[in-house]
Each structure stands twice: as C-alpha cells, then as structure tokens.
Design a protein around this ligand. Structure first.
Ligand code: ATP
Ligand code: MG
Length: 370
C-alpha cells in the first residue's frame, strides 16, 4: 500500500521537479548582476549566463569550451593561479578570491570570485560552479578613500609641524622675553621694593610654567630631535614626559640610534605616540616596554604593555581588515601601509604587543653600514 503511495508520489513529483529544474535554469540564465557558470573538471567553460556575458563580454559561442584561464591577467596565468584555484576548490570544496580579471576587450575589472566543486552522489568530481561579481566600483571607492586618508594624514603631519614651530617661535619666544624682563625687574633693587618683589613671584612662576607647557606642546607636535637626532632620541625624550604625565613606567629596552628616511621616522613616531596613548587610555598597565631596531632591512617598533589585553572583537586575526578598530589603530595601519609597512596587534597575556615593521631599502639600511 505504502509502496503504491510512493510510486504515485514519484510519478506526480517527476514533472514538478522537471519544471522546477527548468525554472531554476532560467533564473540562473537571466541573473545579470553575477556571472554564474560551470567549468569542467579540467577548467573548460561549459555553461554561460547573462551576467557572465555582461561582466566578461564574451558571447556563449565565443567562450564555451575554452579554458577559464583566459579570464586571468598574463602574470597570473604564468604563475598557474587558475589551475591552483581549481586544485584548492577540488581539495577543500570551495575557493574564494578577489583580484583583477580580464574582459573580452582586454580591459580589467576587479572580481570577487567563488569557485565551488560539484560532486555526484559517489563523490566523483563533476566540475566546478563559478560565481563572479564585478566589484570594480567598490575597489575604486576604496582606493579613493585610501588616497584621501593619505592626504589627510600628510596634512595632519604638516599642520602639527607648523603649529609646533609657530608655538615655539612666537608664543614661546614672547614668554621667554617676558620672563627675562621679570627676572631683571626682580633683581633690580633700585626699581623694586621687597613688597613688589614678593608680588612678582607669582607671575614669574606662572610664566615659567607657561614656557614649560608651550615647549612640551610644541615638541609633542613637532619633536625637533626627531629631525635632528632621529627616532631613537625622540622616543627616549617622549618616554620621559610620558612617564611623568601618565604615571606609567615606560622604558626603552632597546632604542637604536639609527637614521631612517624622514617619512619612515615620522610614521613610526606617530605610531609610537598613538600606541602609548592607547596603553594609557585602555590597558590599565603600570608599565610599557618599547623596542626600536633595524634588522635585515626591516625597521621594527614594538610597544608592549602588561594590562588587560585587547577586547575580544579586536583579538580576531583579521580585525583590522574587518574595520573593527577605532580611528587610532586604523590611522596607524594606514600610515604604515603607505610606506610599505605592516601593523600587527597581538594579545600577549598579560597585555598587548603592538608591532610595526617597515622594509628599508638596502642603501637606507643603517644596520648594513654601522
Ligand atoms: N594597549 C591596549 N590595551 C587594551 N586595549 C586596547 C589597547 N590598544 C587599543 N585597545 C582597544 O582597541 C580599541 C581601538 O583603539 P583605537 O586606538 O583604534 O581607538 P581609540 O583609542 O578607542 O580611539 P582613538 O580613535 O581616539 O584612538 C580601543 O578602544 C581599545 O578597546
Ligand atoms: Mg587610540
């Protein structure tokens, strides 16, 4: 009885399944936003939809039967990237990638690609499904955003340097002149009585204080020793002030006195300042250890604390890429990226270690000449 029911169901279901297969094929054929097509196990194109034609420019009769390596730039073809992608997809079931691909007219587009291995019920590889999205616009916007942030960081550096110099050369000089006049006045017994001298003590103290503050501020904005004596000196000078201001015992375990190209020194100094600010604001650590050295054509800056560690959202390996960080970390990341460097922030219990690395051209590498 139940066998009969099954067979009736099977007979009724077959045309329905046939119809839904047909509708599904129509759907895939007509999708225009995604290139959706199949590859044979060895990589020849076997189906082609409207989206594939729109994105890649080939008509079905121009592409079906040809190997899909034709979509890759020559250097990727030479490195056997397409074959490698199929190998990974066959081994793991799936491969995802982003990169430049070539249209039929030779123009480039930025593609987001997913390749899925398709196997029959016995596990035999039948081919691959490939879904490609044209993300050129997104890529362009990201590039524009990068250029904008590059310009902003550069403007910020120039503006800080200008403010630092102006403060030092205008307000700073006026205060020093005012202090000299007050000193002359207080020591001139012909002009001042004891009473006046007593009254002068307060303004002299305040002017002294203001001179110190302006000096610190102008040095923080534009450390003169960075330009004159290099990053090692600037770090040592900054650490003294930082320890006084924050109460955190910041020590330089290794600070090499080496000179690097100006843009590298400025970028690493700003990274150093931001990471110390983070130690102060977020870590609750009582100490900070700094290391700066150049080895094997790589400049390395490390700032390590023994505090509470990173929040879980930032402990993921690709948290930077996922934009989970704040402006500070993203700014450091961007500064380093612009000079070919890298930033990593690691949980090193107890606490956190920030590590910035920048490759140095051999002729700029001080460790090779010392
Ligand atoms: N040394 C550290 N110890 C613990 N958590 C940290 C440390 N450094 C950064 N963080 C965490 O990373 C987050 C992001 O830091 P980021 O510097 O990007 O932004 P922020 O300091 O919060 O703000 P700002 O944009 O002003 O720098 C912080 O909010 C904090 O939770
Ligand atoms: Mg910060």
């Amino acid at each position: 009885m139940s066998g009969n029911d099954d067979s009736q169901f099977a007979t009724a279901a077959a045309p329905a399944r046939h119809l839904s297969d047909h509708i599904f094929r129509l759907l895939v054929d007509q999708v225009a936003d995604y290139a959706i097509f199949m590859l044979s196990p060895s990589g020849e194109v076997t189906t082609w939809n409207t989206g594939a034609q729109r994105i890649k420019g080939f008509k079905p009769h121009e592409i079906i039967g040809r190997h899909f390596r034709i979509f890759y730039p020559p250097d990727a073809q030479a490195r056997h990237v397409p074959e490698e992608e199929l190998r990974v997809a066959a081994a793991t079931g799936r491969f995802e990638d982003e990169g430049w691909r070539i249209r039929s007219d030779g123009s480039r587009f930025w593609a987001n690609v997913i390749i899925t291995a398709i196997r029959d019920e016995h596990g035999r590889l039948m081919g691959f499904g490939k879904v490609t999205r044209d993300s050129t616009e997104k890529k362009r916007s990201e590039e524009q955003l990068r250029q904008l942030s590059h310009r902003l960081l550069k403007l910020q550096d120039d503006e800080r340097a200008r403010l630092g110099r102006d403060l030092h050369d205008t307000v700073g000089q006026d205060l020093v002149a005012a202090k000299m006049s007050l000193d002359r006045l207080i020591s001139n017994r012909r002009l001042t009585t004891d009473d006046v001298r007593q009254h002068l003590k307060d303004p002299i103290f305040l002017v002294d204080n203001a001179i110190r503050q302006v000096r610190t501020l102008s040095y923080l904005l534009c450390p003169p020793m960075l330009e004159e004596m290099g990053l090692g000196s600037a770090i040592r000078w900054d650490l003294e002030g930082f320890t006084k201001r924050s109460g955190i015992r910041a020590v330089c375990d290794r600070c090499d006195d080496v000179r690097l190209p100006r843009e590298v020194e400025v970028a690493l100094f700003r990274v150093f300042q931001e990471s110390l600010a983070n130690v102060h604001r977020h870590s609750r650590s009582e100490v900070a250890h700094i290391r700066f050295f150049v080895e094997d054509h790589i400049a390395v800056l490390e700032v390590q604390d023994r505090g509470i560690g990173l929040p879980p959202s930032l402990s993921e390996p690709n948290a930077l890429a996922l934009n989970k960080a704040g402006v500070g970390i993203r700014g450091m990341h961007e500064r380093l990226r612009q000079i070919g460097g890298q930033l990593s922030i690691l949980s090193t219990p107890p606490g956190t270690t920030l590590r910035a690395t920048v490759p140095i051209e051999p002729h700029d590498d001080p460790s090779q000449t010392l």
